[in-house]
Design a binder for this molecule. Sequence first.
Ligand SMILES: [Zn+2]
Length: 475
Amino acid sequence: MLIRDAEIFGGKRCDVRIEGARIAEIGELRARPRESVIEAFGGALLSGLHDHHIHLAALAAQNSSVQCGSPQVTNADALARALQVPGTGWLRAIGFHESVLDDALPDAAILDRIVPDRPLRLQHRTGRMWLLNSRALEELLAIAAPPPGLERSGSGFTGRLFDEDAWLQRALGSLPPDFREVSAELTRFGVTGVTDMSPRNDPVIARHFAQQRAEGTLLQSPVLAGGLTLVEAEQAGWHLGPLKMHLHEAALPDFEEALGFIAAGHAQRRAVAVHCVTEVELVFTLALLECAGSMPGDRIEHVSVASPELVKRMAALGLQACVQPHFIAERGDRYLADVEPRLHPDLYRLRTLREAGIPMAGGSDAPYGSADPWQAMAAAVSRCTLSGSHIGPDEALTPEEALALYLADPLDLSRVRRISAGEPADFCLLGLPWSEARSRLSCADVAATICAGRLVYQRVDQTPFERLARADAAP
Ligand SMILES: [Zn+2]
C-alpha cells in the first residue's frame, strides 16, 4: 500500500510505502502495478494514536447500558425517567452521581420505588460502586454468598456494593463482551493501540483479547495491565503491561501488604501503575515507592491532585504519568465545586509534570471519560470546563505536546513513536495539514486510520480514497 503526498508529522510532504504490517520506505515513491494507493493530498500523517488507559470490556458493556449520568440525567425525575425501560431481566445502568439525588447515595428501598419489578444495578460514575435494588440483591444472594464489599445495615444489606466487580461477574456468570463495536468506534478517532488498565485483568480476559485479535474483531493492538496472574497467560495477540494497583482513599490497603504487592510485580519485571485521584492516594503511593524502590516504567494513573512538592517527589523516583485532560472539560465544574479551593491549582497539572521531566501519556479512562482523544487534547490546551471556567490555565500544553501524549510508546512512555522505515504501519491520517488541525484538535479531521498496514477506517464523504494504481504504474 502506498500513502501518497502525506505531510509526515514534524517533517515534509512525501509518500509512505507499507509492506505487511510495517513501514517499508518513505520518500518520493512511484506506485507499483496493482498497489493500493491512499491519496493524502497533503494531510498530516501521524503515528496511530495510543490510548494509554482504557477499560475496553466496560466500554463495550456501556453500549448495552442505560445512561444515568450528566448531562442527560441531573435530577431525581430525570433519573426515574431514564430507568423506565421496557423489558424484563437485568437492567444495567451507569454514570450515576449522588448530586442527582441531593448528594445522597440511594439504598435498595429507594431504588425499588423507581424500578420495583426487575433487578437493577446502577453503577456510580467512578466505576467503583454498584447500587442494587431489592430484586437484584435477592437474585445475586440466591446464587452467591455476600462479599465483604456489600454494605450491611442493621437489618440486612443496603444494596451498595463497593469494588466487587469480580464477585458480580462470577455471580452473573457474565462472559467478556465482544469488542467489535468499540474497536470500530476507536478507529474513528485514529486510535490504533490501547492499554487496558482494568485491575482485574487475568488469564481469562487475556485469552478473550487474544481471540478477539485473532478474529479481527479487535483492530487495535492491545497492551494489558492487570493482576499478578496475567503473566501466566502471556501469548500472541497482546503485550504484557504493568501491574495495576487500585487505591481507594477511604480504604487504603495495609502498607506492608501493598509493599509486598509492588515487590511481587517488580519481581515479574513489571512496572506498577497506581491509581491516584486524590492527594492522599498520591502521598500513600509515593511513600510506598520510596520504601519499595521504583523501577523504570512505574507510573501514576490520573495524577488528579498533585502539589509541586509531590511532583518533585514523583520525578525523583523516576515515575511516569498517565493523564486524562478531558476530565477538566467533563468534570471540571463539579471539581471546582467539590474540591477544596486550596487544591484547585493542583488539579490535573500537565505543564508542571512536563517541566519536572516526567514522561507523560494520555488515556481516556473510557467508559469513565470520553474515548475521543481529540477532546482530551483540546482540553489539555484550553484547560476549559463545560461552563467556560478555567482550571489551572498555566498548566496548559501546546497542541504538539498534547498530541505527544498519544504518540508515546505504550511499552516505554519516555519514547515517542515516529514515522520511519521499519516501524509498525499504524497511522492516523488527517484531512488537512497539521498547521490547520492544531487549532481545532477535532476527531472530525481524522480522514483515515490504518492498523498494522490495513485501512480500517476512512471518512466517507471526503478525501482520502483508496484505489488501485493501474493508471500511473510504471509500464
Ligand atoms: Zn481507569
